[in-house]
Design a protein around this ligand. Sequence first.
Ligand SMILES: Nc1nc2c(c(=O)[nH]1)N[C@@H](CN(C=O)c1ccc(C(=O)N[C@@H](CCC(=O)O)C(=O)O)cc1)CN2
Length: 295
Amino acid sequence: MNSNHIDGKAVAARLREDVALTIASLSVTPTLAVVLVGDDPASQVYVGNKVKFSQAVGMNSVERRLPAETTEADVVETVRALNADPDVDGILVQLPLPAHIDSDRVIAEIDPDKDVDGLTEISAGRLSLGKPGLRPCTPTGCVILAKEALGDLSGKHCVIIGRSILVGKPAALLFLQQNCTVTVAHSRTDNLPVVCRGADILVSAVGRPNMVKGDWIKAGACVIDVGINRVADASRKSGSRLVGDVDFAEAEPVAGAITPVPGGVGPMTIACLLRNTVLAACARRDLPVPDGLSI
Ligand SMILES: Nc1nc2c(c(=O)[nH]1)N[C@@H](CN(C=O)c1ccc(C(=O)N[C@@H](CCC(=O)O)C(=O)O)cc1)CN2
């Protein structure tokens, strides 16, 4: 690994270790409940990893695997039952849900105090008001990786490309909380390369392979690539490979620090989910935020 690569796998492993140490020091064992509807292969892998890692750090895990044809009403009922279960600290519904189910409707049912994905309207409101609450995992991972590279982020100009509810918007608020000056750029932004060149921290969350070119990056900037895009690659046995939104070969020589894909932001998503589950378990019992888990 080059010296300017931010090793998301290693940072995630360290965070999981901190989560495990925290759990060992608590008088309760946090419980994470995972709801998976259908048989999407990628979702099966992600949910398998969530269960595996939650158990590895010493949590209890509860799995609700439902067939693809499950009705929206039955998924809602599953969430309500988990809300009502006092032993469950965190609930996540793996996305995407099958097309016949309205994911907003299902997410709205999650008890905000158990919303370890940070996706409910109440969680979003708490974040935008700067009130305590559970924050979305991937944007939290972006902040942790930027701090890993730069330390204090105060006063840095952070440009975020993408305004999605899952990543772009919460990332903007989280970097603002770190006292960054934040610009949110998107598909209608004029002179996007010029805007990006103003960034000390450039976060790309658009889902377009290799869109961000080397000459969009200020020399020495910290580049956080949230994109996980599968592209054809005839030289691979599988016929494909993963690339980010950032043209890594062009960006790497210019950036001061850069996350690779794979092995950058992706592994942080599950580590931050585990962190959120401990935070939820503590908040539900009026325990303070454990020392090792503050950002
Ligand atoms: N309820 C949720 N659903 C989904 C989320 C989420 O945060 N909550 N995010 C994604 C999927 N996801 C976790 O659920 C996730 C995606 C990617 C990774 C990851 O580690 N990626 C690796 C590459 C993996 C590969 O080889 O395919 C990497 O980037 O290094 C972890 C979790 C959508 N759904």
